[in-house]
Write a new protein. Structure first.
Length: 122
C-alpha cells in the first residue's frame, strides 16, 4: 500500500502539471485504518481499511496553493474535473481497487484506493 501510494503521488504530480500547470504539494485524505466492515455494515466482509490496506483520497493541494476537491470539482466541465478524472484513472494501474464518485453515493466525496484481492476501477 505504501509503495503504491508513493508511486501514485508521482503520477498525480505529473497529471496536475499536465492539466493545471502546477505540481502537487499534498494529497488530502479521509484516513486509512478503520477497523470496520465494508460500508460500515454491521455484518459482512471486513473492509480493506480494517488492515490499513486502503486509503480514501478527498482532494489535492497544488504547489501554487490551489485546492482541488473530489466533492466540489468532480462533476464539472473544468480543468480541475479533468485533472481529477486523470488522477482517478492513474490510480487504476497502481491499486487493485479504485472506487470514485461514479461508483455510488458513498464515494461521492473521495477516491477509495486499496490493495485487496479484487480488481475494480470504477
Amino acid at each position: 500500500m505504501a509503495a503504491a501510494l508513493y508511486w501514485y503521488e508521482s503520477e498525480v504530480d505529473r497529471v496536475a502539471q499536465e492539466h493545471l500547470g502546477s505540481g502537487l504539494a499534498r494529497i488530502d485524505h479521509l484516513g486509512s485504518y478503520a477497523c470496520r466492515n465494508i460500508n460500515g455494515a454491521t455484518a459482512g466482509w471486513r473492509s480493506q481499511h480494517a488492515t490499513a490496506n486502503a486509503i480514501d483520497i478527498s482532494g489535492f493541494v497544488l504547489s501554487d496553493g490551489r485546492s482541488v476537491s473530489v466533492l466540489a470539482d468532480w462533476a464539472h466541465d473544468t480543468d480541475e474535473a479533468r485533472f481529477l478524472r486523470a488522477a482517478h484513472k492513474s490510480a487504476c494501474s497502481l491499486f487493485n481497487t479504485v472506487l470514485g464518485p461514479e461508483y455510488n453515493a458513498l464515494h461521492a466525496d473521495h477516491f477509495h484506493l486499496d490493495m485487496g484481492r479484487l480488481r475494480a476501477c470504477r
